[in-house]
Design a protein. Structure first.
Length: 143
């Protein structure tokens, strides 16, 4: 019993000496990977993996869209919601990977194949916009 108390105190002391990560309160993202770069329009889905860090942990919202995919062909941005990811406790800095699956792809009318890429960014609840990342080219087989 006494040894457990010493071990627990030592663990608490060591963990209190560890500095929390020093991330910016403005979210930063990086493009990690994509499940495929070929899809049949109206049939297939693609999963995008985006790494992120945020110093104050206010990524995600249950209310407003905060993940944006800007289509290079049209300039139109589709928006989606990342659920609230704020960690519990005193240290709010957060890092992780967002995996987002899209299943809605449309072709420019009249094409048998179409190619596009997305510019992706996120916004935190304070309105800070992250940097932008660009996906590889995605080839769509049109119907």
């Amino acid at each position: 019993m006494f040894r457990f108390g010493i071990a627990a105190s030592l663990i608490i002391f060591i963990s209190s000496c560890v500095n929390p990560p020093d991330y910016s309160p403005i979210p930063e993202i990086e493009f990690d990977s994509i499940s495929t770069t070929f899809a049949r329009s109206g049939q297939d889905s693609i999963t995008f993996f985006i790494g992120f860090t945020d110093g104050d942990g206010d990524v995600g919202s249950d209310v407003k869209p905060n993940l944006f995919f800007l289509d290079n062909r049209t300039g139109y941005a589709d928006s989606f919601k990342i659920p609230n990811l704020t960690p519990e406790g005193n240290v709010k800095a957060i890092t992780g990977t967002i995996a987002y699956t899209r299943s809605s792809f449309s072709c420019i009318p009249g094409k048998l194949f179409d190619t596009l890429y997305y510019t992706i960014y996120i916004e935190d609840r304070a309105g800070h916009r992250s940097n932008q990342v660009i996906t590889p080219d995605i080839v769509l087989q049109c119907q």
